[in-house]
Design a protein around this ligand. Structure first.
Ligand code: DOR
Ligand code: ZN
Length: 356
């Protein structure tokens, strides 16, 4: 079966600064192996990406090493909201990421007065993505209404969140949202099995939620605009050590999990294409990728194994899961990029989709 190349609007590729977890080469290889031909990379790197110099740092590494197409987000900080005077900078980025709740990395905007200049000045034609959970999400949606501009809510996980977004959409507020596979396929009850005695392996932000929350996400799938992996690789040594960082890898397991849900009758292929291609392209103003597609064997059954993956982090919360649906071949802009486990395009083949 043929699908268009998937867009993953939310990945952490850790370069610059933490390439022992992942880099633009391994991250984009993992993406291709998962049928993802375009990624939008988050800015909570080391240093974080928040001005021209740091954006150049990330884009320089990506230009040299990326194997699939990409764009890089800027992060909102306390002192970098003068976007109006630097119009060119936002236009070179995927959009603006605002961390309104605490998570991995230094970017965090506690005080709502720090949100205001970003909402005022970031170009309206470019997406603002919010990491905002529960009541903070309600505040973020109020900002969308006050400033009359679209916001995209990252990785929703709770029943109260999907119901809030549903209500906001019904009022005409310009809000869209995404859900990550781990919040659709895992609950807090799965943490012991993921952990194998190392509780850090179950750490992710937002946290895995209750069965009732997960059921509410499935029941309100029509409210959810995109699937996004929040691919957040950390090594097993880090996950199993003291102060384990939150995050799960996800780009290589996204499509097999979704195809398995199709086989189970919980999703349709159209649901996948809408949320992994059509909607992200529209919401993030992304170009079409000509001569690009993914070939899957929807009948291939296999077991998920981190040892067969391309991510540098070396583990997956879905280890040992039986799935039905394998990515066989990926063609990216006319070139065979992946076939039967092998990456066939070189580092640097990937294009920055924000560059003319
Ligand atoms: O679990 C998470 N990990 N949530 C985030 O928001 C950040 C991410 C990371 O960068 O590791
Ligand atoms: Zn994230």
């Amino acid at each position: 079966m043929r699908l268009p190349g998937l867009i993953d609007p939310h990945v952490h590729f850790r370069e610059p600064g933490q390439t022992h977890k992942e880099d633009w080469n391994t991250g984009t290889s993992a993406a291709l192996a998962g049928g993802v031909t375009m990624v939008l990379a988050m800015p909570n790197t080391k240093p974080p990406i928040f001005d021209a110099a740091t954006l150049d740092l990330a884009l320089g590494a990506a230009k040299e090493k990326a194997r699939c197409d990409y764009a890089q987000f800027l992060g909102a900080g306390p002192g970098n909201a003068e976007w109006g005077q630097r119009e060119a900078l936002p236009l070179r980025a995927a959009g603006l990421k605002m961390y309104l709740d605490s998570t991995f990395g230094e970017l965090r905007l506690n005080d709502m007065s720090l949100w205001m200049p970003h909402f005022e000045r970031f170009p309206k034609g470019r997406p603002i993505v919010l990491h905002s959970e529960s009541r903070t999400m309600a505040a973020g949606i109020l900002f969308a209404a006050l400033y009359d501009r679209p916001v995209h809510i990252a990785h929703i996980s709770l029943k109260e969140e999907v119901l809030l977004i549903k209500a906001a959409k019904e009022k005409g507020i310009k809000v869209t949202c995404e859900v990550s596979p781990h919040h659709l396929f895992l609950t807090e009850d799965d943490i012991p099995a993921i952990s194998h005695g190392h509780p850090g392996r179950g750490e992710v932000r937002p946290r895995l939620a209750t069965k009732e929350d997960v059921e509410a996400l499935w029941a309100n799938l029509n409210v959810i605009d995109c699937f996004a992996t929040d691919h957040a690789p950390h090594t097993l040594t880090e996950k199993d050590g003291e102060n384990p960082p939150p995050g799960f890898p996800g780009v290589e397991t996204l499509l097999p999990l979704l195809l398995t849900a199709v086989d189970d009758g919980r999703l349709t292929m159209d649901d996948i294409v809408l949320r992994s291609v059509t909607n992200p392209r529209k919401i993030f103003a992304l170009p079409e990728q000509p001569e690009t597609w993914v070939e899957v064997d929807e009948n291939a059954q296999y077991e998920i194994k981190a040892s067969e993956m391309h991510s540098r982090c070396g583990w997956t919360p879905f280890e040992g899961w039986q799935v039905k649906g394998r990515v066989r071949r990926v063609v990216l802009r006319g070139r065979e990029a992946f076939k039967d486990g092998n990456i066939l395009v070189e580092p640097g083949y990937g294009r920055n989709v924000r560059e003319k």
